[in-house]
Design a protein. Sequence first.
Length: 328
Amino acid sequence: MASTVGTAQGTTDTTTRTAPTAAPGRRVRHRWSAGDKRRLRTGLLFVSPWIVGVCVFVLYPLIYSVVISLTRYSGMLSPTFVGLQNYVSAFTDPLTRTAAGNTVFYACLAVPIGLVVAVVLALCMNRNVREVAVYRAALYIPSLVPAFALAFVFAVFVNPTFGLISRVLSAVGFQRVDLLQDPTTAKVVIVIMAQLGAGNAALIFLAGLRNIPKTIYEAARVDGASPFRQFTAITLPLLSPAILFNLITGISGALQVFTEAYVLTNGTGNPDNGTLFYMMYLYKNAFSYASLGYASALAVLLFLVGMVLAVVVYWLSRRFVNYDVSAG
């Protein structure tokens, strides 16, 4: 009997010792089955157009730009390696500083104003009226108009001779002014023109508004919250993810402003380089001055600045972005 028990115990001990267990601190390696491999191949096949597109139209141009930025290259002759000379020139070039300053001025005005305009448009689109579909279409259609077409229209509006703004000023007794002949007012005109494209951001805000449960507003009204209090304590906190998205895209678009200024000033950036934005100066170096190496260095610097700003905004967003609807 004792022998039998001992044998059984020994068998149990042996089985326990030989069972496959993971060592502490080590991860068990997953074994791919035939079905897993088949699903992986199918998934890669479906996403392959996106992968090829990213490699061809994003990664390759980015890597090529970094390589060219280290050379003196006109686009015709073979590139000549100059090291970091293009980057040194970018930091010492007064026109680069002017273009960067104009772009920062534009971004500091256009981005926050654009967010406010988009939120107001979204609130208007969210009204519970019979003609709301017509209002939504009317508010969104301007964002579908190409930027160069809007620039041509605004050029007519601000024309000092026959423009609508000049006619209105003359009708109320003011002197006609050319808004595009002053560096500051010219940038303000471009900032105002950018707000016609707020329909895209407004649609995103509208989706966020529609996602907020109405029961939260009903509870707030029962507690005696005013409409303004409901907006500041419920709407804005629960719209914060959409605000973050539109803020990132708005900063990216503001850093790349080009078409409006190019059309309004015929590509000159006047008056006094007041509308010479960073992308316009980059374009001039690449295609007017045949300095592709220097233009590539400017592009790389713009990419790095955009990445840094995105990281900073995402880091700061941890303090104000609320993803939990129940926490509103």
